[in-house]
Design a protein around this ligand. Structure first.
Ligand SMILES: *Cc1c(COP(=O)(O)O)cnc(C)c1O
Length: 459
């Protein structure tokens, strides 16, 4: 199942890297005994089996997909050097690669002049964006939708900024009317638009929010940690497409290469439209910046030591799979979205499932039909377990009941939130596996005792 063929390529590349240091006086790094090394690694291989099979198409639960082989190999190769992208002294080549890779991401959003860098993930990237936002509008509130990632409220706590949630509409997008009336009170400094919520992949209505920015002059931060790369997809519906088309107009953008960008964990990215915000990062380091007067990435990031290997892996991935519309990478995003739409259509054919709104990206939510919300919630967990028994892995999520009540009320509303099933179909292989996933899901529903599912199966 796991790719091992490419290990030979790594050996060739390591030889090539080694050759670059041939002029140094001979030196041999101390190696541990080969046998003990093998023993320990064998134990690691055993222990790592205690995981869901994230790499497999039947894993369709959380936002997990394997890094591209080129990212894995480039990361491993960089480990022999272990560069630190804090300062040029620690990683010259990898710092240059970071600047190039980040410029390519900015270009994907149509931006040439920007300030940006990689960081450990979406949390850190959002922290930097909201920290800058707080410096630009001191004492003013930061608002995000109630479906925004929970990290925003928590980050505001860390930064001692006041945070408020704006209600969502029944499709999980920020309710623009609610935002407009909140803005009228005059104390909001920053609006966070989520470009693909973590729970449902809903895309906040950016064009309308941009229109409100014209009137109110707030700072607009786009959290595109999950959805950012969909700017390249060719199969989004109108509202999402229009929102992504204007993403470059946000004052700051966060995107996670370790989610949809085929990278190992530890790779987030923050971009600022106005490079002058670099002034907030100013610091006096007595020991790091000796080697040159060029920009050191540590001068524009909050984290100090950072893995140069992350930048190397990202650079290599974008070299192989450029971030262009119509390119191979863009096509693989579109495939995942097609898989989500295909599964959504299948769910609609069985009366014992309740679908919510059509997916805007590649995330799908659905629930079993039952007499009450609490019964549906209990059944969701049973389906989750029954599917897992058969090797199919979904996720469960607690979401507002209104997401499932678009046309009529399918149940007795004895709770305001329902535990539903959630599937992230983010691997390009998912499209070919939709039929298999669907069959396993129907079986799981029967085994969980979802009312109506047994009768259906008899036909
Ligand atoms: C995943 C996610 C985050 C948090 O990012 P991490 O990389 O997990 O730290 C923030 N916002 C959104 C919308 C996300 O999907």
């Amino acid at each position: 199942m796991l790719d091992r063929d490419t290990l030979r390529i790594l050996e060739e590349a390591a030889k090539r890297l080694d050759a670059g240091f041939a002029s140094l006086p001979g030196f041999r790094a101390e190696l541990p005994g080969r046998e003990r090394l093998m023993e320990v690694l064998a134990e690691v291989a055993e222990r790592l089996q205690d995981n869901y099979p994230y790499f497999h198409p039947l894993y369709a639960g959380q936002m997990l997909k394997p890094p591209h082989p080129v990212a894995r190999l480039a990361y491993a190769l960089a480990m022999w050097v272990n560069p630190n992208n804090h300062a040029l002294d620690g990683g010259r080549a990898s710092s240059a690669m970071e600047k190039e890779a980040v410029a390519q991401i900015a270009a994907m959003f149509g931006r040439k002049d920007f300030l940006g860098h990689l960081c450990s993930g979406g949390t850190m990237a959002n922290l930097e964006a909201l920290w800058v936002a707080g410096q630009v509008h001191p004492g003013k509130k930061i608002v995000a939708s109630e479906q925004a990632h929970y990290t925003h409220g928590r980050i505001c706590g860390v930064l001692k900024e006041e945070f408020e949630a704006i209600p969502c509409d029944p499709r999980g997008r920020m309710d623009v009317a609610a935002l407009a009336s909140r803005l009228a009170r005059g104390d909001v400094g920053t609006v966070v638009a989520t470009m693909g919520t973590t729970a449902t992949g809903s895309v906040d209505p950016l064009p309308e929010i941009l229109a409100l920015r014209e009137r109110h002059g707030f700072r607009l931060h786009a959290d595109a940690a999950y959805g950012g790369y969909f700017v390249l997809a060719d199969n989004l519906e109108g509202p999402a497409r229009q929102a992504f088309a204007r993403l470059g107009e946000a004052d700051s953008i966060v995107i996670d290469p370790h989610k949809h960008g085929l990278q190992p964990y530890g790779c987030g990215c923050v971009l600022f439209r106005d490079p002058a915000v670099g002034r907030f990062y100013k610091h006096d380091s007595p020991y790091t910046y000796f080697s040159s007067t060029e920009l050191h990435l540590g001068e524009i990031s909050l984290e100090c030591s950072r893995p140069g290997a992350s930048a190397v892996a990202l650079w290599a991935t974008q070299e192989l799979l450029p971030l262009t519309k119509g390119g191979e990478f863009a096509k693989s995003l579109s495939l995942g979205r097609r898989a989500a739409l295909a599964l959504y259509e299948k769910l609609k054919t069985e009366a014992y499932f309740i679908t919510a709104f059509a997916p805007e990206l590649d995330i799908l939510i659905f629930a079993p039909r039952a007499e009450s919300v609490s019964q549906a919630s209990a059944l969701s967990r049973k389906i989750f377990d029954a599917a897992a028994q058969r090797g199919l892995h979904f996720a469960v999520a607690d979401l507002p009941v209104k997401f499932f009540e678009n046309s009529n009320k399918p149940w007795k509303r004895d709770r305001e939130s329902v535990t539903c099933l959630r599937s992230v179909l983010m691997k390009p292989e998912h499209l070919d596996w939709v039929d298999r996933i669907w069959e396993l899901l129907r079986t799981a529903a029967r085994e969980a005792g979802v009312p109506g599912s047994a009768a259906e199966s008899a036909i």
